[in-house]
Design a protein around this ligand. Structure first.
Ligand SMILES: Cc1ncc(C[n+]2csc(CCOP(=O)(O)OP(=O)(O)O)c2C)c(N)n1
Ligand SMILES: [Mg+2]
Length: 783
C-alpha cells in the first residue's frame, strides 16, 4: 500500500514534469516528433518493418498505454481489496507492463498459445482478458473463468484465448510450452490426425447390444495453425530451475516455434540476480544454444519491447526455430503483498528503479511525442478508473463456489474408465492363456504390451511414443539401409514401432525425465495422446513436479478448461537378483496418493493388454506400472486378445477362489501369493480367495467387501515397503467399514522398511517371499 502510494505520487509528479517538457519539446521539434524510439540500433537491425515506433501507430501506442495503466491500476485496486479483506491474495504485475503489452500486441490470442506467469497481467489484458475476469479471480468467484475459485489470482487460464492454465511452481510451465509447440507442429504435418474419428462401435461388448467405443478424441477439439507460436515467460530467478534448461535444449534441438521471455526484474523475492545467475546475465549464458533468435531489451520501454517481440515473432513464424527475449524490467511493489522489499533493498536502489517505471515512462513518451496531451491522458485514466470501479462492484457481488463442487473435474466428466463400455471380451478365448501359467500360452507381458501399442498406434494417429531409448534407432538411415535391427527400449517393449510408424511418432528424448512428462503434458493439452516411457521407476523423481503439480492437477485447477490425458509407462519392481537399490524400487502409494491420476499395476500379459488399451483410450492421465520381473515370466502368458480388448479400471480379478481367507494383492506378489495359497490348500485344506487388484486407483472396493464378508479374514500383501504403503490404506478401509465382518486382525505382508539390496541373499530377505506369505496365511487361517 505504502509502495502503491509512493508510486502514485511519483507518477503524478513525473506527469507534471513530462507534460511541461512535452510542451517545450513540441514547440522545438515540430517537424521531427516521431523519431524518438529508444531501440538499440544493434537490436533493431534486420527487421523489414518501419522503424517508426517499431511499427506501432499512435493509436496502438495509446492502446498500449491504456492496457499498461489498466494493469497497474488493477494491481492498486487489488492491494486495496486485500487490505479490506475482500480478496485473499495479491500478486502484482507492476513494472512488467511494457514487455507484457508488447508481447500481447505482437502475438495473436486464440491463434498462438500462451504459457504466461504470474507477472503477466498486462499481457493477459492485451490478449483480451477483462479486468472483471481478474477481479473474479481475486474474490474466488464460482464464475471466475480461470479456475472457479480454485486458484490464486494471477494464475491465468482462458481456453478461448489459448492462455493455458498456470500453476505456482516456478518454471513448470516451460516444458509444457515446448510440448504445446510440438503438438501444433505435429498436427500441421499430419492434419488427418486432428480429425475426429467417426463413431465406431465395440465389436466385443460383453452383454447386450454393442456400446459405442469411448475415446478421448471425442472430447478434444483440436485446432492448430501452420505458423503458430508458443509463448512462455518466466522470471530471472526461475531461469535457475533445471526444467528451464531442459526446455531450452528441447526447443533448440527440435527448432520449435517457442518464444521464451525472461522478465528480469533483478530479484527472485529477496535473492538478487548475481546470486542466481552465473555472471549475472541470462542472455550470456543461453547464447550458445543453436537455432535461437536472441533479443535483449529494456522491458520498461513499450516501443523497444514491441520491436524485440516483433522480430522474435517473425523469426518463429517463418519456422527458423525458437526465440529468446530477455527483458530488463522492474518490480516496484515488492515480490508480493507478503513481502516488504525495504528489508533487503535500500531506498536509493528502489528509487533508481522508479525512474524506469514503465507506466510513467510511457505516459511521458506519449506527451513528449504529442500523441496524447495532458487532457487526453487525464481522460484515458478517468475512463479506466470508471471501468475498474464497475468491474470491482460486479465482482464483489459474484457468488462463491459451492462446497459440493470440490470433487468436480478431478477426472474427466466425459469418460469413466471404470464403466462397462471398457469391458470387452478377448478375440481369442482367455483359456488360451490362463494367468495361472499352466496352459501353454505363448505371449509374454512384454509381447502383449508391444502388440497393444502397435494396434492402438494404427487406430489412432494422435498417439506418439517417446522416452529414453524407446526408438529403434535415432539415426534412421541405419534402419532404412537395414544395417541394424533397432533397440526399441531397454526392455524392448517398443521394439519395431519406430520402424513401422516413423520417427515423428516414436522417438528418443534427451535423458531428462521432467522433460518427458512436461512435454507430454503440453502435447496432450493440444489433443495428442503421448504414451511416454520412464525407463525405471527409480528415476521417475525428476518428473515428480510435472506429475504431482501439473499433469494430475491441470483439469481440476482450470475447472475443466484444459486436460492432458497422458499415459506414462514405467518399468517397476524388484525380484531381479542383482537389481539393487536403483533398479528395484516400488513406491506406487506415492502416486495413488495423488488425486487426478489413475494408477494401474497388472500382473499378467492379458491384463496388461486390456488395461493398457483402456489407459490409452481414456481421458485421464494414467500411470501404467509394468513389473520388470513379469515382462517375460512363464506366469501369466496369454495369446493376443485382439485390437479391441479392454478391461475397465477398478475391477479386480479373483485369481483363486476360496472361503477361508482373503488375500488382497497385485503385481509380482500375485504369482508368489498364488504359490503360497496352493501350498496352503494342499497341506492344510485352507481355501484362500486371492484377489489381484490390477488397478490401484480406482480400486475394486466391492470385490474386497464381498470377499471379506465371505471369509472374515484378510491379508494384504504388497512388494513395496511395509509402512505407510498402499496396503495400509486398504487395511484401514477394511477396519473402518468391514469391522463387524472380521474374525481376525487384518495382516500385512510387505517388504522390510529398507532399500532393496544387490546381493540376492539380502534381496530375498528384504522382499516378501512365498514362504512369508504362506506363514502369514497359515497363521491368519488358524487365528
Ligand atoms: C519451485 C518453486 N520454488 C519456490 C517457489 C516460491 N517462489 C515463488 S516466486 C519466487 C521467486 C521467483 O522469482 P523470479 O523468477 O525472478 O520471478 P519474479 O517474481 O521476480 O517475477 C519464489 C522463490 C515457487 N513458487 N516454486
Ligand atoms: Mg525476478
Amino acid at each position: 500500500m505504502q509502495q502503491a502510494r509512493d508510486h502514485g505520487a511519483l507518477r503524478r509528479q513525473a506527469r507534471k514534469i513530462a507534460s511541461e517538457a512535452a510542451r517545450i519539446q513540441h514547440r522545438q521539434e515540430s517537424g521531427n516528433r516521431m523519431a524518438t524510439t529508444k531501440t538499440d540500433p544493434k537490436l533493431a537491425s534486420g527487421s523489414k518493418k518501419s522503424r517508426l515506433y517499431e511499427g506501432l501507430t499512435p493509436e496502438r501506442l495509446i492502446q498500449a498505454y491504456r492496457l499498461m495503466y489498466t494493469s497497474r491500476r488493477i494491481d492498486d485496486r487489488e492491494i486495496l481489496l486485500k487490505r479490506q479483506q475482500k480478496i485473499f491474495f495479491q500478486m502484482s504485475g507492476a513494472g512488467h507492463e511494457a514487455i507484457g503489452v508488447a508481447a500481447g500486441l505482437a502475438l495473436k490470442p486464440g491463434y498462438d498459445w500462451f504459457y504466461p506467469y504470474y507477472r503477466d497481467r498486462a499481457l493477459c489484458l492485451a490478449l483480451g482478458v477483462t479486468p472483471y475476469d481478474m477481479f473474479l479471480q481475486g474474490v474466488g468467484a464460482a464464475n471466475d473463468p480461470s479456475s472457479g475459485g480454485r486458484q490464486m489470482p494471477s494464475h491465468w487460464s482462458y481456453p478461448a484465448l489459448h492462455i493455458v492454465t498456470q500453476s505456482s511452481p516456478t518454471g513448470s510451465q516451460i516444458l509444457q510450452a515446448v510440448g504445446c509447440a510440438e503438438g501444433g507442429r505435429y498436427f500441421a504435418r499430419r492434419p488427418k490426425a486432428a480429425e475426429l474419428p467417426s463413431p465406431p462401435f465395440a465389436k466385443n461388448a460383453k452383454d447386450g447390444p454393442p456400446s459405442p467405443v469411448l475415446d478421448y478424441r471425442q472430447f478434444k477439439n483440436v485446432t492448430f495453425q501452420p505458423d503458430e507460436i508458443s509463448y512462455v515467460s518466466l522470471g530471472d530467478g526461475t531461469s535457475s530451475e533445471g526444467e528451464f534448461w531442459e526446455a531450452m535444449n528441447a526447443a533448440s534441438l527440435e527448432k520449435l516455434p517457442v518464444i521464451f521471455c525472461v522478465e528480469d526484474n533483478g530479484y527472485a523475492i529477496s535473492v538478487p540476480v548475481e546470486v542466481q545467475t552465473a555472471g549475472g546475465s541470462i542472455s550470456r549464458l543461453v547464447s550458445g544454444f543453436p537455432n535461437f533468435h536472441f533479443e535483449e531489451v529494456d522491458g520498461t520501454d513499450p516501443v523497444a519491447s514491441y520491436g524485440a517481440f516483433s522480430r522474435a515473432v517473425e523469426y518463429c513464424r517463418e519456422g527458423h526455430g525458437p526465440a529468446f527475449v530477455h527483458a530488463h524490467v522492474i518490480r516496484p511493489y515488492s515480490h508480493s503483498l507478503s513481502d516488504d522489499e525495504r528489508l533487503y533493498r535500500p531506498d536509493a536502489e528502489r528509487e533508481r528503479d522508479a525512474q524506469r517505471d514503465p507506466v510513467t515512462r510511457t505516459q511521458m513518451f506519449l506527451l513528449r511525442e504529442g500523441i496524447l496531451d495532458d487532457k487526453g491522458i487525464t481522460q484515458l485514466e478517468k475512463e479506466v478508473e470508471a471501468e475498474l470501479q464497475a468491474a470491482v462492484d460486479l465482482a464483489l457481488d459474484a457468488l462463491p463456489p459451492v462446497p459440493e463442487s470440490i470433487t468436480k473435474y478431478i477426472y474427466s466428466p466425459d469418460i469413466d474408465p471404470a464403466s462397462p463400455a471398457f469391458e470387452t471380451q478377448p478375440a481369442v478365448p482367455e483359456s488360451a492363456g490362463a494367468p495361472d501359467g499352466k496352459k501353454a500360452a505363448t505371449k509374454t507381458m512384454a509381447d502383449l504390451i508391444n502388440a497393444t501399442l502397435r494396434d492402438e498406434m494404427k487406430r489412432d494417429e494422435r498417439i506418439v511414443i517417446f522416452g529414453e531409448d524407446v526408438a529403434d534407432v535415432s539415426r534412421e538411415e541405419y534402419l532404412k539401409q537395414k544395417l541394424v535391427k533397432g533397440k526399441g527400449g531397454v526392455f524392448k517393449l517398443t521394439f519395431g514401432l519406430q520402424n513401422e510408424f516413423g520417427g515423428d511418432r516414436v522417438f528418443n528424448s534427451p535423458l531428462a525425465e521432467a522433460a518427458i512428462v512436461g512435454r507430454a503434458t503440453g502435447m496432450a493439452t493440444r489433443g495428442l495422446k503421448p504414451v511416454v516411457e520412464i525407463q525405471f521407476f527409480d528415476y521417475i523423481w525428476p518428473a515428480m513436479m510435472q506429475i504431482r503439480d501439473e499433469l494430475c492437477v491441470i483439469r481440476w485447477r482450470s475447472n475443466n478448461g484444459f486436460s492432458c490425458p497422458v499415459v506414462i509407462r514405467v518399468a517397476i519392481g524388484g525380484y531381479l537378483t542383482g537389481g539393487a537399490i536403483y533398479h528395484s524400487q516400488c513406491g506406487e502409494s506415492i502416486f495413488t496418493h495423488i488425486p487426478g491420476l489413475r494408477v494401474v499395476f497388472p500382473s499378467n500379459a492379458l491384463d496388461a493388454a486390456g488395461l493398457l488399451r483402456t489407459a490409452i483410450r481414456c481421458d485421464d492421465p494414467v500411470l501404467f506400472l509394468e513389473h520388470k520381473r513379469l515382462y517375460r515370466e512363464p506366469f501369466g502368458r496369454a495369446s493376443y486378445p485382439g485390437p479391441e480388448y479392454m478391461i475397465p479400471f477398478g475391477k479386480a480379478k479373483i485369481v483363486h477362489p476360496g472361503d477361508d481367507l482373503t488375500v488382497i494383492t497385485y503385481g509380482a506378489v500375485v504369482p508368489r501369493a498364488l504359490q503360497a495359497a496352493q501350498k496352503l490348500e494342499r497341506e492344510q485344506g485352507v481355501k484362500v480367495e486371492l484377489i489381484d487388484l490390477r488397478c490401484l486407483n480406482p480400486f475394486d472396493w466391492d470385490a474386497i467387501a464381498a470377499s471379506v464378508a465371505k471369509t472374515n479374514r484378510v491379508l494384504v500383501a504388497y512388494e513395496d515397503t511395509l509402512s505407510w504403503g498402499y496396503g495400509a490404506e486398504i487395511a484401514a478401509r477394511i477396519a473402518d467399514q468391514l469391522f463387524d465382518k472380521l474374525d481376525a486382525p487384518i495382516r500385512r505382508v510387505a517388504a522390510k522398511d529398507v532399500f532393496v539390496a544387490y546381493q540376492p541373499i539380502l534381496e530375498d530377505a528384504i522382499l516378501p517371499q512365498p514362504n512369508d506369505l504362506f506363514l502369514a496365511m497359515k497363521e491368519l487361517a488358524q487365528y
